[in-house]
Write a protein of this length. Structure first.
Length: 157
């Protein structure tokens, strides 16, 4: 039960901070709705792509933490930008945030789309995430385990 990074040899290295794919076995999937660069009060973090990107990722971190996961459990991002001219600044801000969340990788796969607008005209970025929550192994209560150990083994006839 683990996350396996998929790296097809015929594709070479990814062009940015993402993996081509991740395979997760066992556990549950957490679907994180698109997060914009707004804080808990609903205020936009800033009118620049860097502050909104960092806030969007912080919001995702809050959701995955509330579900008992971490950022390293994310297996996919989908990002929507409203201005193509923000691509470089977005990548820089994402790179800074990724270093804090993922260290040197691996980084989740990410689909990046440039669209005409989001739900509010001040929103410059929205990021969705898919995370994998590891399956928990059933653990017997300590009293039952102790009772099993204290019982003599049955003889078979």
């Amino acid at each position: 039960m683990a996350i396996k990074v998929i790296e097809p040899k015929e594709l070479g290295k990814p062009a940015g901070m993402y993996s081509y794919g991740m395979l997760a076995s066992g556990g549950e999937l957490l679907v994180v709705a698109g997060q914009t660069g707004t804080d808990a009060s609903g205020r936009v973090a800033g009118l620049d792509i860097a502050s909104q990107t960092k806030q969007s990722l912080a919001n995702i971190r809050a959701v995955v933490a509330a579900a008992g996961c971490s950022m390293r459990d994310i297996i996919r991002f989908q990002t929507f930008l409203t201005r193509a001219e923000d691509l470089d600044a977005f990548r820089k801000a994402r790179g800074e945030a990724y270093k804090a969340y993922f260290g040197d990788g691996p980084y989740p796969p990410n689909t990046l789309l440039v669209i005409s607008r989001l739900a509010h005209p001040d929103y410059l970025v929205e990021i969705e995430a898919l995370a994998w929550k590891r399956a928990r192994l059933a653990v017997a209560p300590k009293a039952k385990v102790a009772a099993r150990k204290a019982r003599p083994a049955r003889r078979r006839r």
